[in-house]
Design a protein around this ligand. Sequence first.
Ligand code: AMP
Length: 608
Amino acid sequence: MTFQELNLKPDILSAISELGYEQPMPVQEQTIPFMLEKNADLVALAQTGTGKTAAFGLPVLNMIDVSRKQVQALVLAPTRELCIQIANDLNNYSKYLRGLRIVAVYGGEDIRKQLKQLDGTPQIIVATPGRLIDLLERGKINLGAIDFLVLDEADEMLNMGFKEDIETILQKTPDTRRTMLFSATMPKEIASIAKRYMKDYEEITVGVKNSGSENVEHIYYVSQAKQRYLVLKRIVDLNPDIYGIVFCRTRQETKEVADHLMKDGYSADALHGDLSQAQRDTVMQKFRIRNIQLLVATDVAARGLDVSDLTHVINYNLPDDVEVYTHRSGRTGRANKKGVSVSIIHSKEKFKIKDIERMLKKQFQQQQIPNGLEVCKKQLFFMIDKMQNVEVNEDQIAPYIEQIMKQLDYLNKEEVLKRFVSLEFNRFLEYYKDAEDLNYHERSDRSSDRSERSDRAGRDSKSGGDRQKKGGRKVRLKINLGDREGLNPKRFLGIINDVTGDKSISIGSIEITNKFTFFDVFEDQSDQVLKAFASEPDMIVSEAKGGKSYEGKPYEGAKRDNSKYGSGSYKDGSSRGSARKQDGADKPWRSRDRNDRNDRRSKGGRNR
Ligand code: AMP
């Protein structure tokens, strides 16, 4: 279907075509012909981001009589930000409709300015319920000639306690009006408002009722509550180009999480009710223009923030209410883009996930909190990708190239690359080299929990101890990972645990060289290890050539090997034991993208 087929006025068609709208979105295909051709009310269940503003805006604009100086349409929306957004959209759609005036009135702004704007009676008013009541009481607005009433994000308005205000407003409008109600969810209260105040109405649903957008993937991580913040950091580090909202329960928590993130060098800021309106506007604007990557917010403060290309929504805590989850997750996966809704939970909250799954009719995926190696790999290749795609400013670089080439003449390509990568990446590797396993492990069912595998250093020495008594042949194996990948014994054991999934595998002495790691396993377990790694394309394990088998020798536990490699020096001369305490070493290296650069510039430089 095309917009031309929808019988909209040519002036409106020109405006939306200039906005780049080529085809109506599904909700628009349903609402526009309905509103233009029938004389009935409409209840539309549609998520934000589905194109609902144009879905009600275009037919209403099409039917307004611009020569009549009366308020003909009223749009009610829960927040100031949403009002501004709707009024902007309507102004864009109607830019060629001469004589049309649209005014937005909302709380949090000087009422005198709005009173002035209402002089000369606009045909369309977009309002928050509270401010509208105020203006109605001052006799500044007359709703007696209203033809169209739109209730946008009706469920949000009810959540915010506007039920009575909405009823008061509805009673001041004529019965002849046509009403359009938009809501992401359909709680009982909405159904009862529709029943009471709407005439014969048709109900349309875009997507499934009470369901999140199809484009959103829902995942969760299980950790101990006290490690929530570390999990958050790891999620963010695993997604270097993240652009998302971190939802917290309280203002206090919002402040704390945002402060920590900023202190740790992340591009983040807080949005909560303790900020003044001006401060909130500044933070939202910074986020909108991607000057910050992460907005830490309470549900209330984030309402009305209209950003359509979030990559992630992070539930720092699960909300008690499934509808709140629906709203949060509906902020990503908009406008046909993919999005991820991540929840950090503790083990006792799994039942809540089940509740949300049932209500949303969506499957949630439990994922393992990534280990340090995975995070480092992701960050490293993100940087390599960026290097590949960077725009090279030949002219600006030209005067220096000859001298640089001369200076680096003695280094080959690999060595140059290694140095550049190390320059950016050493601090990150350092931060993650001993990264702990943040996954929660059930005590009762260790063998069935995959995450459990990486938490077994203590048990190893026990099972090794049993074998020590018995003695046994050991086989020396090697893996194609070494110091250059930032491997250390602890990480190496984590990999063995993850890949084999067997806590009873005992690892003997470990020797890490630059490119390879050699390690001993008991002969009767070596096949199992080789087989497990056969399905890991990036990790090649084979028997070490010339590797010896020992018989009955005391078995060196992995823990002892740790101490062997736990101190000493890196090639770059830094000490492993103390580096994290050095300045900035507790701040992982982070990608330097456009936004970070902006941020650094505005803050006079950042220590990453
Ligand atoms: P909304 O649900 O009204 O917030 O709209 C979500 C986004 O989709 C906004 O950025 C709109 O400008 C955009 N949009 C709405 N209708 C269309 C359309 N037919 N084609 C392309 N983009 C659209």
